[in-house]
Design a protein around this ligand. Sequence first.
Ligand SMILES: Cc1cc2nc3c(=O)[nH]c(=O)nc-3n(C[C@H](O)[C@H](O)[C@H](O)COP(=O)(O)OP(=O)(O)OC[C@H]3O[C@@H](n4cnc5c(N)ncnc54)[C@H](O)[C@@H]3O)c2cc1C
Length: 376
Amino acid sequence: MGEGSAKSILIAGAGPTGLALALELARRGLKSRLVAKATGPTPIHESRALGVNARTLTLLEASGVSALILAKARRLTKFKISSVGKPLATVETENFRSHYCPIQILPQGETERLMLQKLSSFGIAPEWSTELTSLSGDVKKPVITLQHSDGRAETVEPDMLIGADGAHSAVRKAFGFAFPGNAIETRFFLADYRYAQPVDTGFIEMNFLNPGVLGRLPVSEDTLRYLSTQEDFETRIDHPAMVQERTWSSEFKISFRHVETMSRGNVFLAGDAAHVHSPAGARGMNLGIEDACWLAWLISEGREKDYSSLRIPAVKTVLKDTRRNTAFITLKNPILTGLRSLLLPVVTHIPAITTAFLRNAAGQDTPPPPWIPGAQ
Ligand SMILES: Cc1cc2nc3c(=O)[nH]c(=O)nc-3n(C[C@H](O)[C@H](O)[C@H](O)COP(=O)(O)OP(=O)(O)OC[C@H]3O[C@@H](n4cnc5c(N)ncnc54)[C@H](O)[C@@H]3O)c2cc1C
């Protein structure tokens, strides 16, 4: 264990990133303090992320979380692509050579609860309803005021401050990290439907509406998510069973941004605090967990200074991939959408292309974790 062992570590945020960080530190014998403004983990029915990729399962194996995820998650066996309801292509995940299926389906709220369960075995629990309200000092010696739910204010001066406090990160803003990038004009809409009986949860479908797209993603055995760029998308859903309830709906715009450096002095950023992008490709939560695992490893080695230079290339890769995926599914030009319909049935039969697509989905296009022998 490196010199980091004696340092006090404050993690702001107990989303997937903060939880994974606390867990990866704890299993190496390093204690951290985890605080979150939220009152608890993500409600199951408002789970943003649904996909846990193979890289995340590799990373969370040592803590025992992967076994818990695999016991609950659903394997995704197919990616189906269609155009105005007409099938264009299917990519099977079964032929992908990897220890894990590229993507398993488990709502984010459940993944967070499994991490909480493992964390509790190390005697660590997040302090919920605890907000960082004032951040002063400098990046060498940050001074933080924590506002507790009982009205008590507490000032702390951690040796290391980690901002895992989401896209609107107070840590990022307070300690002068630039967050360049841009928002795209396209609005996205989502609705989750629970059905009266179980539905097929083995596949994801992207149906190009030309213009626009309607995605169908499994959530749980009787619930599906529909994601679209078209406001009237719910009129175009072909429900597979009788609808019991519309459990969640939301609307959002997408930005592509990342910090230029993920650490300054003793202040570190991880997860959405450091990078935001489109959900196309199901990378956000997984990338945050990956940041967390790298940072915990580097802290345990006393090499946290290397964190930013090792992670920024991975962040850039994922942002580039998600930008490309988003541009591809949101094409508007009729010539390009026509070409897409012509080419997809052909290119999805080229093994090099489907392998690259599945590697991407599996999260294996970023450097493998050096501390896990043989990791993909
Ligand atoms: C529609 C949609 C679908 C998505 N689908 C996927 C998917 O399939 N796969 C995938 O990998 N990702 C997906 N994502 C992205 C994913 O949800 C996020 O990337 C993920 O939640 C980021 O985790 P995080 O822990 O970094 O941040 P968050 O989950 O945002 O957690 C932030 C934490 O910080 C706390 N906090 C905030 N401010 C403060 C403060 N001032 N003081 C103290 N605590 C604070 C919050 O309470 C919370 O605990 C999707 C996102 C959307 C919008």
